[in-house]
Ligand binder design. Structure first.
Ligand SMILES: N[C@@H](CCC(=O)N[C@@H](CS)C(=O)NCC(=O)O)C(=O)O
Length: 201
């Protein structure tokens, strides 16, 4: 197996970066972290080689890997041939849950970065994003049975999404089945290191 010498361009509160960090920590893969700073900024230099100016990006020597799920799959192919956390899953239920979580996270990013950039979100386009975010969460609550109790990439994804919603307080978190999962997962020792810092008012 290849000795890891990875760098992850990230931010400490990025939920897309956190699911990768949770996976790496669970697999014992060290990642050198480089903070991109304010992801509302448009300075390409902050994002390393990522033309989309988003985090996370994995740097592996000369190789660069964009997109959280793509990064996760690359790490697993290199270091966990048995895929113990189900990163390479292909079943429809898992991939639907992953798609909904990625969609919820993306809507949240758009709303947060609009506000951070001084743009009013009082517009029908943002209303649709908020509705999509809420419908996505309700869908996940209805499909909470898809999340395994034991550590899984699907669970890392939900934990990253949930903790991000907690720190930004964008929506009430009245989702008892999802909350029960999160509470059961709180004792994962590897999860503490990547917990996002709270927002200082
Ligand atoms: N599909 C991407 C989404 C990455 C993403 O949206 N990251 C946010 C931070 S959590 C970002 O960098 N946003 C900057 C922007 O959208 O301008 C992934 O899975 O990695």
């Amino acid at each position: 197996m290849k000795p890891p010498g990875y760098t992850l361009v990230y931010t400490p509160r990025s939920h897309f970066a956190r699911k990768v960090r949770l996976l790496a920590d669970a697999l014992g893969i060290p990642l050198a972290l480089v903070d991109a700073g304010n992801v509302a900024d448009a300075d390409p230099a902050a994002y390393g080689p990522n033309p989309l100016m988003k985090v996370p990006t994995l740097l592996d020597g000369e190789r660069v890997v964009f997109e959280s799920d793509h990064i996760a799959a690359c790490l697993v192919r290199a270091h966990d041939p048995g895929d113990r956390f189900g990163v390479l899953a292909t079943d429809v239920a898992t991939l639907n849950a992953r798609a909904v979580m990625n969609g919820v996270m993306a809507q949240e990013v758009e709303l947060l970065l609009a506000e951070r950039s001084g743009l009013s979100t009082d517009h029908p386009r943002f209303d649709k994003m908020r509705a999509s975010l809420l419908q996505g969460l309700a869908w996940l609550e209805d499909h909470a049975g898809v999340f395994p109790r034991q550590p899984s990439y699907l669970g890392f994804h939900l934990l990253a999404l949930w903790d991000h919603l907690v720190i930004y307080g964008m929506v009430p978190l009245d989702y008892p089945r999802l909350r029960a999962h999160i509470e059961a997962w709180r004792d994962w020792a590897f999860a503490a290191a990547s917990r996002p810092p709270p927002i200082r008012s």
